[in-house]
Design a protein around this ligand. Structure first.
Ligand SMILES: O=C(O)CCC(=O)C(=O)O
Ligand SMILES: [Fe+2]
Length: 242
């Protein structure tokens, strides 16, 4: 997947791209407000986080029963078009993401190492809002991370192909991240976007060795393309859904 913006390639990674400030601070505020305003019933409570699924639920055969994405994802800000313009979904069945999982993590919450599985075309684009986190990637079986990325608020990370298929990914359930504990593969790319990290500390200053970056509540929007879709009316196929 040759992303249109080669400068966002994460050094030492295969098919991993990191784009700081993919949305503006104003857009982040708007999106966080829209997320707060979503119906409570839309949240699914898991043991260690809450999530919402947009675009449609998957059947046991990994067919998505298509539902419209909400306006705050495709109208303003037009996140779908912005993601399409990176080129990340050029080779996907619909040439665009059609499925979005919204995750909420409070400080101390994370996600166990896992793989996203075969329902999706092997590209995922993840927007972080509200707080940073530290994402680890693992060879299988998952033991020590082989790659770690600091995901700043407002950043987009894209993983594809080998990085998606052959690795697991996860977020430790911790309340802060000590600088220097893990090597950040994207260390040269971070810093400008750190305003708003953790407890709303502001500033363009780069974190220093030993400093603990406190996590705040983070929302992630994970964009994927589900190959097999069923539109209302029962048509099965891989044709564009909107
Ligand atoms: O919150 C994240 O950045 C990752 C979420 C994730 O891995 C998933 O929803 O499958
Ligand atoms: Fe995942």
């Amino acid at each position: 997947m040759p992303l249109r913006f080669a400068e966002y390639h994460v050094p030492g990674s295969e098919n991993t791209y990191y784009i700081p400030n993919f949305v503006t601070e104003d857009e982040e505020v708007f999106l966080l407000r829209k997320i707060q305003e979503t119906p409570q019933l839309k949240w699914k409570q898991l043991s260690n986080r809450r999530l919402q699924i947009w675009g449609g639920d998957l059947t046991v055969k990994n067919v998505m029963i298509v539902q419209p994405l909400p306006p705050f994802i495709c109208d303003y800000p037009d996140l779908i078009s912005r993601i399409v313009s990176t080129g990340a979904f050029d080779d996907s069945p619909h040439q665009r993401p059609n499925h979005v999982i919204l995750n909420e993590y409070h400080p101390g919450q994370g996600i166990m190492p896992h793989q996203d599985g075969p329902a999706y075309h092997p590209v995922v684009a993840t927007l972080s809002l509200g707080s940073h986190t530290l994402m680890h990637y693992y060879d299988l079986p998952a033991r020590e991370p082989v790659l770690s990325l600091l995901l700043e608020p407002r950043s987009l990370v894209i993983t594809a192909q080998e990085q998606y298929i052959a690795h697991a990914h996860g977020i430790d359930s911790v309340t802060g991240d000590r600088v220097g504990e893990f090597v950040w593969a994207n260390a040269e790319m971070v810093g400008r976007g750190l305003g708003g990290r953790g407890q709303d500390s502001v500033g363009p200053s780069l974190p220093t060795e030993g400093e603990v970056l406190l996590r705040g509540t983070r929302y992630s929007l994970t964009f994927r393309d589900v190959a097999r879709v069923m539109n209302v009316g029962g048509r099965l196929g891989t044709a564009p859904t909107r």
